[in-house]
Design a protein around this ligand. Sequence first.
Ligand SMILES: Cc1ncc(COP(=O)(O)O)c(C=O)c1O
Length: 464
Amino acid sequence: MSYPKPSRRSWAEPWKIKMVEPIRMTTPAQRERFMAEAGYNTFLLRSAHVYIDLLTDSGTNAMSDRQWAGLMLGDEAYAGSQNFYNLWEAVTQYYGYKYLVPTHQGRGAEHILSQIMIHPGDIIPGNMYFTTTRLHQELAGGTFVDVIIDEAHDPANPHPFKGNVDLAKLRRVINEAGPRKIPYVSIAGTVNMAGGQPQAMENLRAVRELCKRFEIPLVLDATRAVENAYFIQQREPGYQAKKVAEILKEYCSYTDTCTMSAKKDALVNIGGWLATNDEGLYEEARNLVVVYEGLHTYGGLAGRDMEAIARGIVESVDDDHIRTRIGQVEYLGNHLIDWGIPIVKPIGGHGVFLDAKAFYPHIPQAQFPAQALTCYLYADSGVRTMERGAVSAGRDPKTGEERFPSLELVRVTIPRRVYTQAHMDVVAESILEVYEHRDQARGLKMIYEPKYLRFFQARFEPVT
Ligand SMILES: Cc1ncc(COP(=O)(O)O)c(C=O)c1O
């Protein structure tokens, strides 16, 4: 039999749907009321009032049947749960670290790490800040210094590895502060606040060499390191023939320790860990986790949660999975690029990031254009997104001054294995609709500002 050769071959998800969760549309009048009641902060909306929820990819993943089956194998012993050993084995096999301390989520690991490693007056260089990571560093008395390449601060720059560390900047920080004042260099792959942008293997290797010379440890935020490994496979010479799993292990091998929010790459709804090759750090973390999270064999998690993570790790490094996960993000992003809507380029790993400064050039950053854009999107279609700009950046803890970052973004974050391409079409069309009415948009005034991580609970009202 002979068939005509297709001119294109689409990708499809390597799974089919076994269970569904209904979602409901609201009316424009209802959404206007819900947004006002939520103080114009999408974090304060009820999820029942949201149509397509793209607030975050954190803990919003759909688990597989194997993971759900694993929940039934939860060993809920207070100490020595079998699921802990399964998780430890999976982390060692796929991420490569020797020792594991589970935590309830990523910030639990960041807290423990910061309390152990940072002393007042220390400097922590890193490839762009992340909100909870930097706050824990500051609460321990440290100061974060950004050493990411300049290209990362320019949403339109197409550099394929905008998560790279600028080695000259890092060298300068080490020379100025002195290596003794630097407890570790903080690396994230991919870089969330830059728009889900990856770091090249070559760059991490070079950072490793530099740090080795000064005996400075490297700590990886491995939250989306699988997505980073996929970008290395796609973009970095010499990696095309390698499996994502292999690349992930090499990437982690250049670091000493990692913190992890398993709620992202690892395809679960809760969990995290601190993993390390440093026996001394492990000893201290094993001790401290008991104070803040739970015994070192559960760290605030149920046995069943640890089992789901262990199984999720195996699924997360599957090449077909990660290609379609990022393929879906690219599908949405490419629609927006085709329509001339300003987004961060290249398209990131876990979401499409709208450039609110270019979207609303008439709204000053002090009136939070990205926060306003999240409200207009919700009002238009019930799609929930989140701000990653001046509200998220917060204030300098020393001066109390607002920090106005170069990037003023709206994160349109895609949960893993949850929505279909038809949902992505609806989202794209809603963004286009809001873009076409951009001239009428107004900014916001903050009327309630929490002390820590203000973006979660701040309240606003429209500027008149
Ligand atoms: C890069 C990065 N690091 C750390 C965290 C913190 O993890 P968690 O939310 O599990 O505490 C997050 C969560 O959004 C993240 O995106």
